[in-house]
Design a protein around this ligand. Structure first.
Ligand code: PEP
Ligand code: MN
Length: 364
């Protein structure tokens, strides 16, 4: 398995507050729109990076497909005037070359590009030899390996400043969200790559302003380091994603309402957590030991049944055992439904072992 070689966020992003925020319009529309939005965002201390789409992946042709290269000059003014880092979506090697030439600070790969290994590989060919940070949105379809694969390719091209962005997944079933969050997927990515910073893009998950706070909070509760939220100085007249963009003022109110968890840097809480986890590991060890001992006894019973021609499954015995264990387990504060499932699993495995044992004996 390929392991990602990641440079931690605090080694390259400079000082940032948690959650660190990437914000800016869905699309760059004019220099004035960018400057007005960016100046207002620069007053929000969590906002570290200014985003703007220059080349827009649109469903239909002849819709607004972005302002193109001239937007990169506007981003230079944004950086000069506000000191914010700038980020642009790239989908082709040419996009990357233009961004590098115009000193864009961070690139991001969109969901329609990360889904295609050929496109990602082509982009990698121009990333090689640079150390520009790259953020990788999850692919449109819910496949953690495809997301990981895109990150691996970029990492193999030498990029260690990586961030994954969870922006939700396409679903045929229409629900509350524009893109279904499926939180288990970014959580699994984090399990596979513990060093990889993962942030959330609630704007593209929600598709509207109303759910933004809820989804942002959920992202922080899931342990994400930051948020990418689309903002526009006048969302009502935005040329793309009108319904989901908020004003910088609304962003500032949203951040204020978020409950931010203590950074894991807090030594006391980290120590306490470590101790509790050690205790859990120890108990799990004991649990495994006991289950293994129980299976050995169960196999002995199996041999006895076989030698004495007794049927393996004894309904009465099973009923009595589960009844007793439910009563006892309940006294220990364990839930009945959990106990039934737990013992059904143990019993199933015991029976299976006794059956295996019987076929082994026949062979002999
Ligand atoms: C965007 O960030 O504006 C965008 C196009 O996002 P996604 O790739 O998540 O659809
Ligand atoms: Mn958008």
């Amino acid at each position: 398995m390929y392991r990602l070689d990641i440079l931690p966020l605090n080694k390259w992003l400079g000082h940032y507050e948690l959650p660190f925020i990437v914000s800016g319009p869905c699309s760059a529309e004019s220099e004035q729109q960018l400057l007005d939005t960016a100046k207002a965002l620069a007053n929000i201390s969590n906002v570290k990076v200014f985003r703007a789409g220059i080349w827009k992946p649109r469903t239909h042709p002849k819709t607004f497909e972005g302002v193109g290269i001239k937007g990169l000059k506007w981003l230079k003014s944004v950086k000069k005037e506000t000191g914010l880092l700038t980020a642009v979506e790239v989908a082709t090697p040419k996009h990357v070359e233009e961004c590098l030439r115009n000193k864009v600070d961070i690139l991001w790969i969109g969901a329609r590009t990360s889904v295609n290994p050929f496109s990602v590989q082509e982009i990698c060919s121009v990333l090689k030899g640079t150390d520009i940070p790259v953020m990788v949105k999850n692919p449109v379809n819910p496949d953690v390996q495809l997301w990981l694969g895109a990150l691996e390719r970029i990492n193999q091209a030498g990029i260690k400043k990586l961030i994954a962005i969870h922006r939700g997944f396409f679903s045929f079933k229409k629900n509350l969200y524009r893109n279904n969050p499926l939180w288990e997927i970014p959580v699994e990515l984090k399990r596979l790559c513990p060093d990889l910073p993962v942030i959330c893009d609630p704007s593209h998950i929600c598709g509207n302003k109303e759910l933004l706070l809820d989804v942002s909070q959920k992202a922080l509760d899931t342990g994400m380091d930051g948020l990418m939220i689309e903002s526009h100085i006048n969302p009502d007249i935005a040329l793309t994603d009108t319904k989901q963009q908020i004003t910088p003022q609304q962003l500032s109110e949203l951040i204020y309402k978020l409950k931010v968890h203590k950074a894991l840097g807090n030594v006391n809480s980290e120590d306490k957590l470590k101790k509790l986890r050690n205790l859990i590991d120890k108990l799990d060890n004991e649990l495994l030991n006991i289950v293994s001992e129980r299976m050995k006894v169960s196999e002995k019973i199996g041999r006895y049944k076989n030698n004495n021609n007794i049927a393996i499954y004894q309904k009465q015995r099973w009923n009595k055992m589960i009844r007793n264990n439910l009563i006892i387990g309940n006294k220990f504060g364990l839930n009945k439904d959990f106990l039934s499932k737990f013992f059904a699993l143990i019993h199933k495995e015991s029976i299976q072992r006794q059956k295996n044992n019987k076929t082994e004996m026949k062979k002999i």
